[in-house]
Design a protein around this ligand. Structure first.
Ligand SMILES: [Zn+2]
Length: 474
């Protein structure tokens, strides 16, 4: 078995690992890389292998940094199955369609701006921007999905089986164990953690224990950090909402359209029900949210006790008075002239694309307003610059002064922290030979390497992009 790291190597996005077993090639995830526009374009457009060379994709979960380049893979000749959980397969339909639509719209917006500037005599050499993939490319991807039940071992190719466990990170998220039984030599068991979640997150269940393996590819997003306790999340949210409401300001909330948005809606529902925040207008400005809510309802079997309780009382966890889902762009634009206080939850979560950019452009220069950051922000993204409180940020290529309050809701992180990652490793660590850390920035990885070495006395490394390893026992 041979392993090559093509994405999320010493960084957090673009998850993609290449496995070779019995002469066949597989991908663990096929995610979109996010970062500086030019570099991201280059990295995403140019896959380091022909699509047709891949036998199957094993997809850990639906987040775009894990699934977002599947349409490109298919356009590049991939003809095999995409194995994943049923909820992930269902979520990928609206998510990849939305991702394609965002890319088409952004290209249109940038090209129109170039034309306007050219008319004014500037920017003659700006090339035309093409979407990375289109809605049509996304639609060609869906027939490749093969949803498989969790916990059972399924054949993934010659001499290779694939088995999944609930990762507790988002609806349908999985950790996977690959077992390679070569014709000669011992069996090799490899676990890919995907993104490891946490106990206590709204809606979803806690991560399941994974049985022992020989090699482990593990995420390390928060490998050097300890999170604030999740029990405080409702208090923090209520404080920020009330403070902004008091100023008559608007709350601009970038959030992953799938997962984080539904968790925020459920928390706001509980706060309003308990009269801890005023019943002011809340908008979920995402054409994706309506479709995704349907997918959540279809997969109630994955809900935790809290979300199940809403259902049992005949209440909709994802809907309440004063909450409006905005599907059309024309509805989104009406917010431009609406006086505060109000709140909008919109995508993308790292402020790299989508309607959130328009809300930020219109609102971040007003000190009455708050930008509430609810998730991880990768290096070089607009979301990261806002979270770090830069005094000026570029939106659609134009500088804007950041005068709004910036608040962080770290508690809701969908990623395990250092302690939680070590606890998650415990059941699979017996006999473990080596840990490959992915999906983390170097400082977080170094801290986690020290912690793993100290606790388990197992070799842990953070591979570079393109680095390959022979996984052999004996
Ligand atoms: Zn994720």
């Amino acid at each position: 078995m041979k392993l090559t790291f093509w994405g999320a190597a010493r960084t957090v996005t673009g998850s993609m690992h290449h496995v070779e077993a019995s002469g066949k090639h597989y991908l663990l995830d096929c995610g979109q890389y996010q970062g500086r526009r030019k570099e991201a374009e280059e990295r995403n457009r140019n896959l380091p292998f022909p699509g047709a060379s891949i036998e199957a994709v094993l997809l850990s979960h639906a987040h775009i940094d894990h699934s977002g380049n599947l349409p490109l893979l298919v356009r590049n000749g991939f003809a095999g199955p995409i194995y994943t959980s049923a909820a992930t397969a269902d979520l990928c339909v609206p998510m990849l369609t939305d991702s394609a639509m965002i890319q088409e719209k952004d290209a249109l917006y940038l090209n129109r701006r170039t034309l306007r500037r050219r008319a004014l005599g500037a920017n003659h050499d700006t090339p035309e921007v093409k979407p990375m993939y289109t809605v049509e490319d996304a639609q060609h991807t869906f027939p490749h999905f093969r949803p498989l039940a969790m916990h059972q071992a399924h054949p993934a190719g010659p001499d290779l089986t694939y088995q999944t466990f609930d990762a507790g990170h988002m609806l349908g998220s999985t950790c996977m164990v690959l077992e390679h039984t070569p014709r000669s030599g011992p069996k090799i068991r490899l676990c890919f953690s995907g993104d490891v979640g946490r106990a206590g997150l709204p809606i979803i269940r806690k991560p399941e224990a994974v049985p022992p393996v020989d090699f482990l590819i593990m995420e390390s997003t928060y490998g050097g950090r300890l999170h604030k306790h999740i029990e405080h999340v409702a208090d923090t949210l209520a404080t920020v909402v009330n403070r902004t409401h008091h100023r008559g300001g608007k709350l601009i909330v970038p959030a992953f359209a799938v997962g984080r948005t539904q968790q925020l809606v459920l928390l706001l529902h509980e706060l309003i029900r308990a009269s801890r925040i005023p019943p002011f207008p809340i908008f979920v400005d995402s054409p994706l949210a309506v479709n995704v809510t349907e997918v959540f309802r279809k997969h109630k079997e994955l809900f935790d006790a809290e979300a199940t309780a809403f259902e049992e009382h005949g209440e909709d966890p994802f809907g309440f008075h004063r909450l409006r889902y905005l599907r059309e762009a024309s509805e989104s634009k009406t917010l431009n002239d609406l006086r505060g206080p109000w709140m909008v939850i919109s995508a993308s979560g790292m402020c790299e694309a989508g309607r959130i950019l328009h809300h930020l452009k219109n609102n971040i220069e007003d000190p009455r307003n708050t930008v509430l950051i609810t998730g991880y922000q990768a290096e070089n993204t607009l979301g990261r610059k806002i979270a770090e409180g830069h005094s000026e940020v570029n939106i659609f290529g134009e500088p804007h002064r950041l005068r709004a309050e910036v608040a962080l809701l770290d508690e809701l992180s969908g990623h395990a922290d250092q302690q939680e990652l070590l606890a998650w490793m415990e059941p699979l660590a017996k006999g473990l030979r080596r840990v490959f850390l992915v999906h983390g920035e170097p400082a977080q990885q170094e801290a986690l390497i020290s912690a793993i070495t100290a606790r388990f006395r197992i070799e842990a490394i953070a591979p570079e992009r393109g680095q390959a390893f022979d996984l052999a026992i004996g």
